[in-house]
Design a protein. Structure first.
Length: 76
């Protein structure tokens, strides 16, 4: 079952709460603990190139854009 199929079926079960609950119990995608899809950027939602040092949880693109505002200095 693809992600889009899962979302379509979930939308159809909005009017049937008991069946929706059972469907979620058996078909909900598992939470990732490791791998590229485990963390995503809090600002843009990207999965790759994730910086979680200092509790930032940003991708490298967003970090470059906001580094000066956060208080990091660029050394060249």
């Amino acid at each position: 079952m693809t992600a889009s199929d899962w979302k379509k079926i979930l939308k159809q079960l909005e009017s049937k709460p008991e069946k929706k609950q059972k469907f979620l119990k058996h078909n909900e995608p598992k939470k990732r603990k490791i791998g590229i899809a485990a963390n995503k950027c809090e600002r843009c939602g990207r999965f790759g190139a994730h910086i979680k040092s200092y509790g930032l949880n940003l991708c490298r693109h967003c970090f470059r854009e906001t580094a000066q505002e956060i208080g990091f200095k660029k050394y060249s």
